[in-house]
Design a protein around this ligand. Sequence first.
Ligand SMILES: C[S@@+](CC[C@H](N)C(=O)[O-])C[C@H]1O[C@@H](n2cnc3c(N)ncnc32)[C@H](O)[C@@H]1O
Length: 246
Amino acid sequence: MGEPGSEHASTEAMRSFWDRKARENPMWFVHSTLDYAHPDPEEFWRSGEETLDSTLEPFDVDITGRDRVLEVGCGVGRITRALAQRAETVVGLDVSDEMVSRAAANLAGLDNVEVALGNGRDLSSFPDASFDVAYSFIVFHHIPDPAVTCNYVVEMGRVLRPGGWTVFHVSEDPTAHLPENRPDPGLGDRLRAAIGRRPRGTKEAQWVGAAVDRADLLDALRRGNLDLEASVGDGTLYCLVYARRR
Ligand SMILES: C[S@@+](CC[C@H](N)C(=O)[O-])C[C@H]1O[C@@H](n2cnc3c(N)ncnc32)[C@H](O)[C@@H]1O
């Protein structure tokens, strides 16, 4: 793994950024269409259900009560909770201690969920063929090194049982990650950020993230023994991929 941005994609760099964001405003940094100053918890949890439906619907797949599901980048459990209502068991993995501890508290009433701290780069704590479904949404486009994202794709293939499937989100639009395309906040916004009324750190590499080339993605799917079934939003910041383990 040695793409541009790789120095920002160490475990420590990603963990430190996301720990700070979880302390700053966990709901907004997980679901950034909320009002930063007054995030609405009901809207937040409802959005988890809606996101799960809208990301599975294009591929005509759903989670069943027999599925063991892995969610990569679970945040504070927004989608994990919706997954748990459908699956037999769910493991939510995240690089951030602070996100994981908030997810554990938010999901404490659910006995089919575990949350786990990962190293942000692989799934080495899980054995081969131990899940039926691997899911990830709005995580990989934040990872500054596309080689790390591709490694996660290979790893999702490894931990899926033959016949298992994955739906995940990646960015395929490099222009969406150019610092010059991130609006420079004016003085007013910078002051509001300083006093806690605007998000801080949205120009940092772990937020800006990176796009993945289709050729590299296809290579990662091949290395993970995953067959690409379909994708939507090709070439955009919101590309969803559906693949099945051979
Ligand atoms: C925008 S939040 C989305 C959380 C969740 N997927 C959702 O939609 O509610 C991105 C999450 O990805 C996690 N994350 C970022 N980089 C990661 C990495 N390399 N490995 C695992 N998790 C990562 C962050 O800690 C954060 O919790």
